[in-house]
Design a protein around this ligand. Structure first.
Ligand code: FE
Length: 347
């Protein structure tokens, strides 16, 4: 059994290294993204650089587990993950290698380049998503849900639907709130939110929005791209529901709406580091930014890249204030947040 496994691994390595011969330049990409527009994104890179992309698709947890299992034998050159909580974990678990690139520093705003420690390995955001509030326009007044704080206000008792507290999207949001309010107030806020829940957390963000449609929920928390997907849905029921709900970008009068990233980093044991840097730089180019962000209805991060997504415009009304705290601080708070969730009984 052991022998078989070892042979299997050796074969896998052979397959990859055969592709890395002097004649053929390759990039081994581990990606947690799976959007149809990404195909064009990768094809354009190969067309302009001649570097062939070998892709391993898995979810975020699967990729981190695979990297850990492969250790220094890992063929991965670049890792793409979604959410700062996961990118932070990738870095502190030692999966990334520092990248030096003047281009990335010039083009990606400092806010979306993060590392846990000064000697750590930077991860780069290539698109952003907001975590916002959706509400039933008939039953709920907009001014009662225009801040994250109000999710915990007794006036919203029995109305709130949200996915599991320990999902990375919520760990990041709660980590950000902890950064803004301090630990004590953040824990009281989480406790208040638990008291306001319409039902035990279950399902993904789309299920919370649909809960507003079914009447089970009056207020839901969702990432913006799930909302955009519903707005652009080919299912008339989804579009009808989106007519009935209001969308709030919270905390416009204070610290701004919580923004998260989808992004990437160079893999710690990359065998093609020059190609890895080329690929990361390519993702920051205007063309790639449009594919990267639009494929999942997100906002591009690179300076000077315009947004051309009608669903995003419709949702946000154009400009909005987004939060500006360091993503590494958000990531670092997620450990404390998990403990708070256990204490207040947030499932
Ligand atoms: Fe998602």
């Amino acid at each position: 059994m052991l022998f078989k496994k070892a042979v299997g691994l050796a074969c896998a390595l052979l397959t990859f290294s055969a592709g890395a011969s002097a004649q053929e330049q390759v990039l081994n990409l581990y990606s947690a993204r799976h959007y149809s527009t990404d195909e064009a994104l990768y094809a354009n890179f190969t067309k302009s650089t001649g570097i062939k992309i070998n892709r391993v698709d898995a979810d975020d947890a699967g990729i981190l587990a695979r990297l850990k299992a492969e250790g220094s034998a890992s063929p991965a050159d670049v890792i793409l993950l979604v959410d700062a909580a996961r990118l932070y974990k990738g870095e502190v678990d030692g999966m990334f290698r520092p990248v030096k690139s003047k281009l990335l520093e010039d083009v990606i705003p400092a806010q979306y380049r993060a590392k846990a420690t000064p000697e750590g390995a930077t991860w780069f955001g290539f698109s952003t998503r907001g975590r916002v509030i959706v509400y039933d326009k008939i039953k709920v007044k907009r001014e009662d849900v225009d801040t994250y704080e109000e999710l915990a206000d007794p006036k919203n008792k029995g109305k709130v639907c949200i996915r599991s507290g320990s999902h990375p999207y919520n760990l990041s949001l709660f980590g950000a709130v902890t950064e803004h309010l301090g630990e004590q107030k953040a824990e009281a806020w989480l406790k208040g939110m638990v008291a306001n829940l319409a039902r035990d957390p279950k399902g993904g963000d789309t299920d919370q929005i649909k809960g507003v449609g079914s009447g089970e929920c009056q207020i839901a928390v969702s990432n913006t791209y799930y909302i955009a997907r519903m707005i652009r849905s080919t299912n008339p029921e989804d579009r009808a529901l989106m007519e009935r709900v209001g969308i709030v970008f919270p905390n416009q009068a204070s610290w701004g709406t919580h923004m998260n990233i989808a992004g990437g980093a160079m893999a710690r044991h990359s065998k093609n580091p020059a190609n890895a840097v080329k690929f990361l730089e390519y993702l920051a180019s205007a063309d790639a930014q449009n594919y990267f962000a639009n494929g999942n209805n997100e906002w591009p991060v690179a300076k000077g890249v315009a947004v051309s997504n009608p669903a995003l415009k419709a949702m946000s009304g154009g400009d909005f204030k987004s939060e500006t705290i360091p993503l590494a601080a958000v990531g670092a708070n997620t450990v404390k947040v998990q403990q708070m969730l256990d204490r207040v009984g947030f499932k």
